[in-house]
Design a protein around this ligand. Structure first.
Ligand code: CP
Length: 306
């Protein structure tokens, strides 16, 4: 079993499938009166977040607590990072406190890869810059499997701000590993041709309406205003008109197709509110599945099978 989870590329198909299988077992814990397993009793999990998060941080915390680990939540805001303390010195401090695992979110791509040199425990990438978000890809593929029965052979359209999306990158890598076909769709400024080299069979398209009739899954991406240092499209209205998923576009999908979004959403920009709240939408399921999948990851990396 792998020690760290830094990239979706760290996962081969048997390992990803094992995580999905264990997540399905972990999901049964959520239905119990006492939602706890003793698996990680005496182990310490540190959530080290240098960027804002709602879903990822809370679900890692809930996941670790359901496995009976001690959890330390560290936010850069309000810490000595604001006085200029480096990631390395922060890591050494956490190491001195005996962290068995560090879950890190950081604005710099590659920060988790640096961290593995400074701590003895496992490092789990909870999102680094525009690079990767591997547990999001695991929970998204788990959600596809739960809703559609399989991942292999699915046509998955990932639509929107691909350029700034660690979710898109990790999903494209893992979906390829699991045998799905991925089409990245968006304006050319946000889906540059270089993305055609992400995996051997990924496709790039610029016309969402042409892609939807063949899609089993359409995954909408948040437009990441905070990472944009230039005008990537003429106006919000124009972006929404060309690439937003509204009810009319949903009607172009096959009847069985599902609509996904990793959150947080810009309602009314990349996804219409009625679509986000529709029965085809898996957005709330994705959050619930995130707890089960992160329990599976912590179990395997810290306490589980070798
Ligand atoms: N999907 C996701 O990473 O959401 P958060 O930024 O709320 O963690």
């Amino acid at each position: 079993m792998i020690k760290h989870l830094l990239s979706a590329a760290d996962l081969d198909a048997p390992t990803a499938t094992l995580i999905h299988d264990i997540a399905a077992e972990m999901a049964t814990v959520a239905g119990r009166e006492v939602k706890k397993l003793p698996t990680l009793r005496g182990r310490t999990v540190v959530n080290l977040f240098y960027e804002d998060s709602t879903r990822t941080r809370t679900s890692f915390e809930v996941a670790a607590k359901r496995l009976s680990a001690d959890v330390v939540n560290f936010s850069a805001k309000g810490s000595s990072v604001e006085k200029g303390e480096s990631l390395k010195d922060t890591a050494w401090t956490l190491q001195a406190m005996g962290a068995d695992a560090v879950v890190i979110r950081h604005p710099a791509s590659g920060a988790p890869n640096r961290l593995v040199n400074w701590v003895h425990g496992s490092v789990l990438n909870a999102g680094d810059g525009t690079h990767e978000h591997p547990t999001q890809a695991l929970l998204d593929t788990y959600t596809m499997r739960s809703r559609l029965g399989t991942v292999a052979g699915l046509n998955v359209a990932i639509v929107g701000d691909v350029l700034h999306s660690r979710v898109a990158r990790s999903n494209a890598l893992l979906l390829h590993t699991l045998g799905a076909k991925v089409t990245l769709v968006g304006p050319p400024t946000l889906v540059p041709p270089v993305f055609e080299t992400l995996t051997p069979d990924v496709r790039v398209g610029y016309d969402i309406d042409a892609v939807l009739p063949e899609a089993d899954v359409v995954m909408m991406l948040r437009v990441q205003k905070e990472r944009m240092n230039a005008a990537f499209f003429p106006s919000w209205h124009e972006y929404s008109r060309r690439y937003g998923l509204d009810a009319a576009r949903v009607r172009r999908l096959p009847d069985h197709a599902i609509v996904m979004h990793p959150g947080p959403m810009n309602r009314g920009v990349e996804i219409a509110p009625d679509v986000a709240d529709s029965p085809r939408s898996t957005i709330v399921e994705q959050v619930a599945n995130g707890v089960s999948v992160r329990m599976a990851c912590l179990y395997l990396l810290l306490g589980g099978r070798s």
